[in-house]
Design a protein around this ligand. Sequence first.
Ligand SMILES: Cc1cc2nc3c(=O)[nH]c(=O)nc-3n(C[C@H](O)[C@H](O)[C@H](O)COP(=O)(O)OP(=O)(O)OC[C@H]3O[C@@H](n4cnc5c(N)ncnc54)[C@H](O)[C@@H]3O)c2cc1C
Ligand code: SF4
Length: 488
Amino acid sequence: MGKITGFMEFDRKDEAYAPVEERIKNYKEFTKPLKEAELKDQGARCMDCGIPFCHSGCPLGNLIPDFNDAVYRGKWEQAAEILHSTNNFPEFTGRLCPAPCEESCVLGINEDPVSIENIEKNIVETAFKNGWVKPEIPVKRTDKKVAVVGSGPAGLAAAQQLNRAGHHVTVFERDEKPGGLLRYGIPDFKMEKNIIDRRLDIMEQEGIEFKTGIHVGVDVTAEQLQQDYDSIVLCGGATVRRNLPIPGSDAKGVVQAMDFLPQSNRKVDGMPYQGEEISAKGKKVIVIGGGDTGSDCIGTSIRQGAISVTNFEIMPKGSTARPEGQPWPFWPMRLRTSSSHKEGAERVFSISTKRFNTDKDGNLKSLVTAEVEWVKQPGQRPVLKEVEGTEKEWECDLVLLALGFTGSETTMADQLHLEMDTRTNIKASAADYKTNVPGVFVAGDQRRGQSLIVWAISEGRQAAHYVDQYLMGKSDLPLKGEGDLPRV
Ligand SMILES: Cc1cc2nc3c(=O)[nH]c(=O)nc-3n(C[C@H](O)[C@H](O)[C@H](O)COP(=O)(O)OP(=O)(O)OC[C@H]3O[C@@H](n4cnc5c(N)ncnc54)[C@H](O)[C@@H]3O)c2cc1C
Ligand code: SF4
């Protein structure tokens, strides 16, 4: 795999970013691609390690050493085939995946791991540029109709797989354009929206029907879908936001991240939005909550012209090194710094917000925090404790709550009498994605809770296999890691 001595000859090289002062002037992606020769060297770093742990590190089971080898040999079309055999949308994961595969790369034990994610992005971009990504229209159609609810990465992956099996697939989406959080959550500077449109165009040519602006459970009942379709796959995401129930949280200026980000994405795309404009321009912004959503709020606030952006994180500042007790090849909880963090945000750790202060008209003026520590007693879970005498007031006029999601909405589940799990997600096992109602399946964040794009694609693919099996008695759709590897 790769060049046998490649990992000793070449250092890891990542894409460069446009300078901060340049990139914050607009919402465009700002990475500078490596040259082809450099990418081949990066592919050559993949060692013949024997057991490629990266396969299991990747939730899709991507055939990483195989595509690295093809890139090293300059066989880009073959690399694209290998990549697409396990991943429907490498253009999403190649830009947005936190790359758990790289944490489990064998080279990563004592060197920088292979730059798998960047290689993945370049393979799929080369494929699109050369016209190798073509619609795969099924040769034979079945007489089965499947409704997919939700067009995030889980719904899109399920739809594409089921269409490949020959079924008639309709995707229902309540927003006016498909994409889910890829379109309305994640800002353009992380992924421009033409990247989604280009893939949707191919899916439409493959014969998948998209019905947008339809809220299932409201505009059409879930029972109606049950009557009209042979099977339903629910991929509605985990959309119930976590609140911060502290005094003053109804102040004008305390805003949910998922009100702020979708509105900003709509503005960038020239789409209309409902409600008052939320803008960070000229404001002192505090983003409460780390994670991807918090980081996206930082980058967006800076681009909107915030005077200052501060980011609060309740957890202590981690180390950039792999912590003890989280050995290779597992995913380590270490300090991660995104490109948005580097654009001028102050990060404060081990901090908890106690109350918001307003003026007489209810406008946010400041908030009060305390430092916190996690106290652990033997045999018990760590408990959060305030450090006495650490109260501090912070002036601010916009607070963005990026506290994650508590589960999925229940309207469709109620209409179909579906069981929920203890975390308010629709209950189904990852062994077959079946709910308690025959013919109704669930995948992505609506099943597993808030997660990652790579997991959503993986769940959509897996669920499609079991839907196909339910409809036809058997399925040839691949399960995780069962890519149809082209012969080298
Ligand atoms: C701001 C933000 C940034 C993120 N950044 C990253 C990142 O960089 N990398 C990463 O890996 N992950 C990231 N994530 C997580 C990732 O986006 C999600 O895990 C992933 O999108 C889940 O996919 P999904 O298809 O299950 O659901 P979603 O993407 O949430 O899609 C669900 C879709 O279902 C639709 N829907 C829901 N109910 C109905 C209904 N009743 N009728 C019709 N349509 C309905 C919704 O409108 C939506 O379009 C981020 C999340 C957020 C919020
Ligand atoms: S999808 Fe994510 S985990 Fe899988 S190979 Fe790509 S970057 Fe790695």
